[in-house]
Design a binder for this molecule. Structure first.
Ligand code: NAD
Length: 497
């Protein structure tokens, strides 16, 4: 009998008020149940908010360097537990161990960055217009932060949000994707073991429509940070707009890699394989389009298909696996639908295109790495986010044309250009509409200390990572101290004529 897990609310591990649970299964072999997790409801969310308000009252008064010290201990614990968490993550999410280790490492790096930020959280001091007066700005915590995260980076993405939120002095309610509740539980355990006061963090498991919606709509949750699809993000935007909440959205992508005729083709080949099929294509930054210069098109495609066919599908826990399963049956069906769409649009499927079967893979959600050539700019295959192991190749005649096609989608997260032409590279950096541009590297591979996020329908103007996320999780308070002992009137008394 699989273990039954609980929410963490009110400083204790508690069963959901709904009394309801669901099964979390291993995507590499769905016969294996990882655990039964709470199918919580709005009343659980409300209890979590009441508790978080108490946590906030305590935590906002804790000095920021002391808050940072807790995060440092979290970093130490995640380091100690890295291998165990990575294995648990592969078991519930599917991606290969090298990637889940990287996912935990991102959390560790984010923890240490957050720890040191507790000693900065800079405000500014500027000259006042008036004599005997100081003018400055300082950061204040906001309140209870609702954190809603997707399945594909079960540790890294929650830490990108939760750690800065905590260092800034907020309390947190964390709703992980219902596909990866176990990793979410392991993260909250690390926070508590590191000494975070219990009511400062709440973990509420369950589906987006019930738990996520209740969290976003709750009037006592003034700040919401969300990563997920553009469709879900739009719904959150409506609610938060109506309620005047702070909202950070990180959403979909349709990222392209441009390979020019002067590129190092072997390097580009390694890059596109990693970018398109790492995490089984289930990355917001996945290389979903390859814009290939006509002079190298046929040669590069032959090299590519040869390498794609050598990728070994399998359980991510096995060292022999290069590509793991997809997250669930729905994701697999969605990918299969796009194969039908691409074929109907006249694109040529060079390899893959179907689910993997057989004794070894038949009980998992495995889909063969797929390459389409002859994809037309503007077609659905070229325009829509698939979030699966499907690469669409578009033939291009120049860098200008490639940049135009790159930009002609609703999303703008990541981008990549392989070239030896320094002038072309800098032009692309300026003209590509994306939050991130890589030169001679694939579209994936964010570093924790740099801003991360996208333009157009990928985001709403905020950034995670690095120094910028601290702006999102804090309010700026402006402070004037007048020690002149007289009434001085700004804009009126400031210039002595
Ligand atoms: P999703 O939108 O289905 O779910 C994301 C989270 O939102 C989950 O926790 C889900 O339970 C919750 N949710 C769903 N409906 C909700 C609602 N009505 N109200 C509140 N919460 C709700 O996304 P997913 O399938 O988990 O992840 C894939 C998507 O995430 C892709 O579009 C991908 O591009 C995007 N993503 C973006 C980034 C980024 O940084 N830009 C990173 C990773 C993933």
């Amino acid at each position: 009998m699989a273990k039954t897990f609980k929410n963490f609310i009110g400083g204790a591990w508690t069963a959901p008020l709904t009394g309801d649970h669901y099964e979390d299964r291993n995507p590499a072999d769905w016969r294996e149940v990882i655990g039964r997790f709470p199918k919580s409801g709005p009343k659980d969310v409300d209890r979590a908010v009441q508790s978080a308000l108490k946590g906030f009252a305590l935590w906002r008064r804790t000095p920021a360097p002391a808050r940072g010290d807790v995060l440092r201990r979290v970093g130490d614990l995640l380091t100690e537990r890295k291998e165990a968490i990575a294995r648990a993550m592969t078991r519930e999410m599917g991606k290969v161990l090298a990637e889940t280790r990287g996912d935990v490492q991102e959390g560790i790096d984010t923890a240490y960055y957050a720890a040191s930020e507790g000693r900065r959280l800079f405000g500014r001091t500027v000259p006042s217009e008036l004599r005997d007066k100081w003018a400055m700005s300082t950061r204040r915590p906001i309140g209870v932060a609702g954190i809603i995260t997707p399945f594909n980076f079960p540790m890294a993405i929650p830490t990108w949000k939760i750690f800065p939120a905590l260092v800034c002095g907020n309390a947190v309610i964390f709703k992980p994707s219902s596909d990866v509740p176990h990793t979410g539980t392991l993260l909250v355990e690390a926070l508590l073991d590191a000494g975070l006061p219990p009511e400062v963090v709440q973990l509420v498991h369950g589906g987006g429509r019930l738990v996520g919606d209740a969290l976003v709509s709750h009037p006592k949750v003034p700040v919401v940070s969300f990563t997920g699809s553009t469709e879900t993000g739009a719904k959150l935007g409506e609610i938060c707009g109506r309620m005047h909440k702070h909202l950070s959205l990180e959403m979909g992508g349709k990222n392209a890699m441009i390979v020019m005729d002067d590129a190092d083709l072997d390097l580009a080949l390694d890059g596109v394989l990693w970018g398109a099929f790492g995490t089984t294509g289930q990355r917001c930054t996945a290389t979903s389009r390859l814009l290939l210069h006509k002079k190298v098109h046929d040669r590069f495609l032959r090299m590519l298909v040869d390498r794609v066919e050598k990728l070994r599908l399998g359980d991510g826990l096995l060292p022999t696996s290069d590509v793991g399963p997809m997250i669930n049956e729905g994701a697999l069906t969605n990918t299969a639908n796009y194969v039908e769409i691409g074929t109907a649009e006249g694109a040529e499927m060079l390899t893959g295109g179907r689910r993997a079967t057989g004794a070894r893979l038949g009980h998992g959600w495995f889909f063969k790495p797929t390459v389409f050539a002859g994809v037309k700019a503007g077609s659905r295959l070229e325009q829509e986010e698939i979030f699966g192991p499907v690469l669409s190749v578009v033939r291009v005649g120049s860098l200008d044309q490639a940049i135009r096609i790159n930009n002609d989608v609703r999303y703008g997260l990541s981008s990549s250009l392989y070239t030896r032409d320094i002038n072309g590279a800098f032009r692309a950096i300026e003209d590509i509409q994306a939050g991130i541009t890589y030169i001679n590297a694939p579209t994936i591979g964010a570093e924790a200390h740099l801003p991360f996020g996208g333009v157009k329908e990928t985001g709403n103007g905020h950034r995670e990572g690095g120094w910028q996320v601290y702006d999102f999780f804090s309010e700026t308070k402006t402070v004037y101290v007048d020690y002149s002992g007289t009434l001085q009137r700004a804009q009126i008394d400031n210039y002595e004529g």
